[in-house]
Design a protein around this ligand. Structure first.
Ligand code: AMP
Ligand code: ZN
Length: 468
């Protein structure tokens, strides 16, 4: 597989440290609010990467953290803890907020067919690991105590800016909140590993440590959780592009200082989902969730299809019109699959060529749009319907668009339903009456339909009717 690596800034042939096995780490959500569909774009593309690696024969071990402490309102270490902000907003405890939004996140993932990582670890469950690694960084001379906090000393590194050479720009990102500079820092980019002094004295979760009662910085969480479950060598680390600096840059600094060798070979960054007014973000308060899409009648899998139609290394602009186009294309694709019959012979060679084309597309820096084209090519190919269905099932292990299930549903729905505007109007009126709990009216309409020889049936997919 050829895959872009943010570290080398080039598309390289993917190799794992241990043959046949991939150790993959993903920055998990900060659980102070619902995930928005921008966050979920990142998780969808990471999911496709993981599934493609599995499909290609790798055994993948994937770990994700849950950020339930330490992520301050700026990605550098200034501002208020996001979790505390969430708790205050909802008049709940931090742990209640964390539990609620963690569950909500995985419920959204399920709707989008995003596989749950093999290991999911909330940061609050690993305080001892953070303390152990921070102590070692102090012993090794990479960290220092100042003004009550423990800082990582970036001047001790041969190279700090691993992803981006535009140092001035990075500096601006690091202090983008315009918060006054921390006078305890020896160097501008030093970052906090452990806080005991914060402007926010009401920090809800605090733990004892060799440096006083306090809480960990955000960056140390991912380094420690990754090393705890995946060991000293990581194959792929994933996240949205905003995580590259300072979060991932700092993760590399601490992990490699602690380990004394190169830590992660591949950095996979997904570009943002933007709205017309810029990056979709939780902190701006204006964002779309999966539930909102559902309320508006969209199938979450149509959103997944929308994401797969574009490349993960390009920003994607969201608009309702673009989503509607994706829905129309998805529905048409499902209808074409529903028209296939499970019959005909098997053409192994023909199937292999089509499978190779899909493999080639996905192996070209995860070109999902080309992968979908390879799927359309299956529908057009001179092979039997049975072979087509087998290939669609095969590709959908990676794409996870629920194609066969959606086609089955469509098939089950389609045949019985006749169309007659008058009957449809009566059925709709009965549904309205039932919604308004006007049972007498609903029964009256049912009787009227019966008198016309129409029987109605309430199913989970809505009301169906037939002539008897
Ligand atoms: P958070 O919950 O804020 O820690 O973010 C979870 C993930 O979503 C991280 O990998 C972010 O980089 C990513 N992310 C945040 N905003 C967007 C966006 N607008 N589009 C795509 N990914 C995003
Ligand atoms: Zn992380």
């Amino acid at each position: 597989m050829k895959l872009y690596n943010s570290l080398t800034r080039s598309v390289d042939e993917f190799r794992s440290v241990e043959e046949g096995k991939v150790r993959m780490y993903t920055c998990g959500p900060t659980v102070y609010h619902f995930a928005h569909i921008g966050n979920l774009r990142t998780y969808i593309m990471e999911d496709v990467l993981e599934k493609y690696l599995r499909w290609s024969g790798y055994q993948v071990d994937r770990v994700m953290n849950i950020t339930d402490v330490g992520h301050l309102s700026s990605d550098a270490d200034t501002g208020e803890d996001k979790m505390l902000k969430g708790a205050r907003r909802e008049h709940k405890t931090v742990m209640e907020v964390a539990r609620f939004y963690t569950d909500a996140f995985f419920a959204d993932c399920e709707k989008l067919h995003i596989r749950k990582p093999d290991t999911v670890q909330p940061a609050t469950g690993c305080i001892e690991d953070f303390i152990r690694v921070i102590s070692s960084l102090i012993d090794k001379g990479y960290a220092y105590l100042a003004g009550g906090n423990v800082y990582f000393d970036t001047s001790k590194l041969a190279e700090y800016y691993v992803f981006n050479k535009h140092e001035e720009e990075d500096l601006l990102v690091g202090v983008r909140d315009g918060v006054e500079e921390d006078v305890n820092k020896r160097n501008k980019n030093d970052f906090v590993l452990w806080f005991t002094k914060s402007k926010f004295e009401d920090q809800a979760l605090k733990w004892d440590s060799p440096w006083g009662v306090g809480y960990p910085g955000w960056h140390i969480e991912c380094s420690c959780i990754s090393m705890k479950y995946l060991g000293d060598f990581l194959d792929i680390h994933c996240g949205g592009i905003d995580n590259a600096f300072p979060h991932h840059t700092n993760e590399i600094a601490q992990s490699e200082a602690y380990l004394g060798h190169k830590w992660c070979n591949w950095w996979f960054h997904v570009l943002h989902l933007n709205t017309t007014s810029g990056k979709m973000s939780k902190s701006s308060g204006e964002f779309l969730t999966v539930s909102l899409l559902e309320e508006k009648g969209y199938d979450p899998l149509a959103y997944r299809f929308f994401c797969l139609q574009s490349h993960y290394r390009k920003s994607l602009e969201f608009s309702w019109e673009a989503l509607d186009n994706a829905v129309a294309a998805y529905d048409k694709l499902v209808a074409r699959i529903a028209a296939l019959k499970d019959e005909g012979g098997s053409d192994e060679e023909g199937k292999k060529a089509l499978r190779d084309a899909f493999d080639q597309a996905m192996g070209s820096d995860l070109n999902t749009a080309m992968g979908i084209t390879a799927l359309y090519d299956v529908l057009k190919a001179p092979i039997s319907d049975r072979d087509k269905l087998a290939l669609i099932a095969d590709f959908d292990q990676v794409l996870s668009l629920g194609l066969l299930a959606a086609a089955e549903k469509l098939r089950a729905k389609a045949p019985q339903q006749e169309s007659d505007p008058e009957i449809d109007a009566l059925v709709a009126a009965r549904t309205e009456a039932r919604k308004a709990k006007n049972w007498a009216e609903a029964d009256r309409i049912r009787d009227e339909l019966k008198a016309r020889g129409i029987v109605i049936e309430d199913t989970k997919d809505g009301v169906k009717w037939k002539r008897v």
